[in-house]
Design a protein around this ligand. Structure first.
Ligand SMILES: [Zn+2]
Length: 315
């Protein structure tokens, strides 16, 4: 077992999902774990437990009003937490609070131990806003982690990279004018896919102008198109010399996803992971990778296990 790589895959994390008839079902973690165990990867990494986030931690990013509303709707188990994408499933608030708490546990481990790389398959809920759910995301683990790194650890150079098919609007707009967060987001062009944002002209505001990079890709963009754009992402991140690097590695950008139209391959995610590991090592920065979206279970298993294999190289 290698204590410098952590994979947070406790079964309770699989509670975050919206049931069998929803694209974001409850077997996404199971699909990953079956392949993870079949490849023997569970023997090579540390497997820490999950935990719930506290209200105080959630309030670092979310508003009190929204937390109250989401918590009470999730107890009733009826209706939506946004305009119709994110059902208020019974118990979904606690399941989301577990995703966030686990991400905080990973961040804490990366900041205070010899852990250098973490993977959180159920994580990267990048559409959650401070005061609303969005796109299957009840809370935003990325947002809470970023605020925690700033407020509790005093970091002022954090890099957030996102290769999920959807634009990470909940991270992008909630930190649009924040000079301590660099964003690099490759996604399907918003003219063709939810949430409809992330144009290349959007580069940040105020003191953060130029710090945010959006790379919208046309439907059917493939591995070659990804590899062609990726050096811009790496260069953008490297010139910031981040103290902490996060990657939202959504598997819904891989060809065959039922909700999107990109045609990347698991090799794209491996390449992103490999090159960010190298960059993180050269900067002595921790690297946190979240599984993000992905609605084709085969793709989830192949893509996320490929990421874990890359994390294990060159330790
Ligand atoms: Zn997505």
């Amino acid at each position: 077992m290698n204590s410098t790589i952590e994979v947070y895959a406790e079964s309770a994390l699989g509670d975050y999902g919206f049931g069998d008839n929803h694209p974001f079902g409850n077997d996404r973690l199971g699909a990953f774990k079956r392949e993870f165990i079949a490849r023997g990867l569970d023997q090579l990494v540390a497997l820490p437990p999950s935990r719930l986030a506290t209200s105080e931690e959630l309030l670092r990013f979310h508003t009190q009003d929204y937390l109250k509303r989401a918590q009470s709707l999730s107890k009733i188990g009826f209706g939506y937490l946004d305009l119709g994408d994110t059902p208020a499933r019974l118990g979904i608030f606690d399941a989301a609070a577990r995703v966030v708490g686990t991400a905080l546990e990973a961040a804490e481990s990366l900041m205070s131990s010899d852990t250098r790389r973490c993977f959180l398959p159920i994580g990267g809920l990048h559409h959650g806003r401070r005061d609303s759910a969005g796109g299957f995301c009840v809370l935003n683990d990325c947002g809470v982690v970023i605020e925690t790194l700033k407020q509790q650890y005093g970091l002022d150079r954090i890099a957030y990279v996102d290769i999920d098919a959807h634009h990470g609007d909940g991270v992008f707009y909630e930190f649009e004018d924040d000079p301590s967060l660099l964003v690099a987001d490759i996604h399907e062009d918003g003219r063709f896919l939810y949430p409809g944002t992330g144009m290349s002209e959007e580069t940040g505001r105020g003191r953060a102008l130029g710090l945010k990079l959006n790379i919208p890709m046309l439907p059917e963009s493939d591995e070659a198109a990804f590899l062609n754009e990726w050096p811009r992402v790496l260069e953008h991140v490297a010139q910031f010399s981040p103290e902490f690097i996060m990657l939202q590695a959504g598997a819904d950008s891989v060809v065959g996803d039922p909700l999107t139209h990109l045609e990347f391959t698991p090799a794209c995610h491996r390449h992103a992971c490999r090159t960010l590991c190298d960059l993180a090592d050269s900067l002595s920065s921790p690297l946190m990778i979240m599984g993000g979206g992905g609605y084709n279970l085969h793709n989830i298993a192949q893509t996320w296990c490929g990421i874990v294999e890359e994390l294990l190289i060159d330790l």
